[in-house]
Design a protein around this ligand. Structure first.
Ligand code: NAD
Length: 470
């Protein structure tokens, strides 16, 4: 059993659960099933450790970020292999090695962030200073798609800002987080970073826990709403990174072959199990067939298999539930008269494999367009009037990212300005960076991660208002 870490100690439980390899069903390892008492212990340890941590010199917290980055890099091989085994993503090709590399990069970036004191007024009457102070104990709840990267996005800025953290990974992919937290604890004081494992019940207990001051959550919109409700009782600070259904609009002036690869990976990074993946593609009628053909050609050359096989480019979906969602959405589209250009049925044999699937001649009102598929199927919607494409792109109650593709910079910009999303890409989709704030609007979330704003989301403002003798 992979141990939890509570107050710097390794903790296992009598009860545990198996974590299967999504490609084979074989057991990768066991995760503990934490009790309410374990959670209370972790929060109590975090509360004590946080006070000491926040009182340490800032340089020590910077240094901790550098050390966390280094320890992830030093153990990249082990972490990446474990990630492939439990999550399913290929080891290579923007898969597990890419994710672990990103985790190290994001951790290192946090070291150089500053939280300068702002002098708001300094005159004969008063000196007024604005400081950023840690919120206290941050509870982090993560999903199964990018378990290590998202864990680092939650953990490192919180610790950099002087908080202590209790993280709960998804029960689908707990092992890599348990191991990473164990490693990170070798460079952190006991209690600053704790990890407990369990299902949504433990997440709900965290959301209502009176001694957790903030929840940072990445996952589905439905769970985000539940968390917001449970958090209301203690007025927790919240950062919610939720689901999306990103639209991409292809203007008629593009060369379909030239953009096909960018569109393909915008949609299918991590087998489409990426919050800001392209999930609805609107293509102008004049190039519709050519665009479809270019994408289908690419799909034909993407070997699917176990993530540890170096030839694999497309791995399995992470869990049977997600496989069923994708299969049902494609079946529904087919039943409504849409055209399946490639894929369109589960692969035979073991594992949660569903091949890359493009679905043409499909319209709004079909579930594959209106709902987030989070998998290896992309609906391609034909349009004649760009006004109609923009209206359809904006018609849903989510707004994580969107993209517009054109060889005319002005035309692309004009469409981009009208798309309702936290990030609008031009001629690319899904790129993120540690210095660029990222978050959703509408049902896609509250707040941002990354950059200065992401760091400040782990703080409260404290004002010192000092009278001057008259
Ligand atoms: P999920 O919401 O089912 O679960 C996420 C986490 O929440 C898990 O750790 C789960 O145990 C926990 N949880 C479940 N019920 C809870 C409750 N009532 N209270 C507190 N915690 C609870 O999501 P998932 O299936 O793991 O992930 C897929 C979804 O996440 C997709 O909708 C995707 O778009 C979204 N996502 C969003 C982003 C983003 O940055 N916006 C990133 C990745 C994934």
């Amino acid at each position: 059993m992979y141990p939890m870490t509570i107050n710097g100690q390794s903790v296992v439980t009598d009860a545990g659960h198996d974590v299967p390899d999504p490609a084979t069903g074989e057991v990768v390892g066991q995760a503990p099933l934490c009790t309410a008492q374990h959670l209370h212990d972790a929060v109590a340890a975090a509360q004590i450790a946080q006070k000491i941590w926040a009182a340490r010199p800032d340089e020590e917290r910077r240094d901790a970020c550098r050390k966390m980055s280094a320890i992830i890099s030093d153990n990249a091989e082990e972490l990446a292999e474990l990630l492939t085994k439990e999550q399913g993503k290929p080891l290579k090709t923007m898969g597990a090695e890419f994710e672990v590399g990103g985790a190290a990069a994001w951790a290192g970036y946090a070291a150089d962030l500053e939280m300068p004191v702002k002098i708001l007024q300094d005159d004969d009457t008063a000196r007024i200073e604005q400081h950023r102070v840690p919120v206290g104990v941050v509870g982090s709840i993560t999903p199964w798609n990018w378990p290590l990267l998202i864990a680092v996005w939650h953990i490192v800025p919180a610790i950099r800002a002087g908080n202590a953290v209790v993280i709960k990974p998804s029960p689908n992919t707990p092992l890599s987080t348990l191991r990473m937290v164990e490693l990170l604890n070798t460079v952190l004081p006991a209690g600053v970073l704790n990890c407990v494992t369990g299902d949504g019940h433990i997440g709900a207990l965290m959301s209502e826990h009176k001694d957790i001051n903030k929840i940072v959550f990445t996952g589905s919109t439905a769970t985000g709403k539940n968390i917001m409700q449970s958090a209301a009782g203690s007025l927790k600070r919240l950062t919610l990174e939720l689901g999306g259904n990103d639209a991409g609009i292809i203007l008629p002036d593009v060369d379909p072959k030239a953009i096909a690869e960018g569109v393909f990976w915008g949609a299918f990074l991590n087998m489409g199990q990426t919050c800001a993946a392209l999930k609805r593609l609107y293509v102008h009628n004049s190039i519709y067939d050519e665009m479809c053909a270019a994408l289908v050609d690419l799909a034909a050359n993407m070997p699917m298999g176990h993530g540890l096989d170096p030839a694999t480019v497309v791995g399995p979906l992470q869990n049977p539930m997600q496989l069923n969602i994708v299969a049902d959405l494609v079946d529904d589209a087919r039943a409504k008269g849409a055209r399946i250009l490639c894929g369109g049925a589960r692969a035979g044999g073991t594992g949660n494999f569903y091949p890359i699937t493009f679905v043409a001649d499909i319209e709004a009102g079909t579930k594959l367009v209106d709902e987030e598929q989070f998998g290896t199927a992309l609906p391609i919607i034909r349009y004649d009037d760009v006004e109609d494409a923009i209206a359809q792109a904006n018609s849903l109650d989510v707004g994580l990212a969107a993209s517009v593709w054109s060889s005319d910079a002005d035309a692309a910009r004009a469409v981009a300005e009208r798309l309702e999303a936290g990030t609008v890409y031009i001629n690319q989709h899904g790129q993120i960076a540690p210095h660029v704030p990222f978050g959703g609007i509408k049902g896609s979330g509250i707040g941002v991660e990354f950059g200065q704003e992401g760091l400040e989301a782990n703080t409260d403002i404290k004002i010192y208002n000092i009278a001057k003798a008259g």
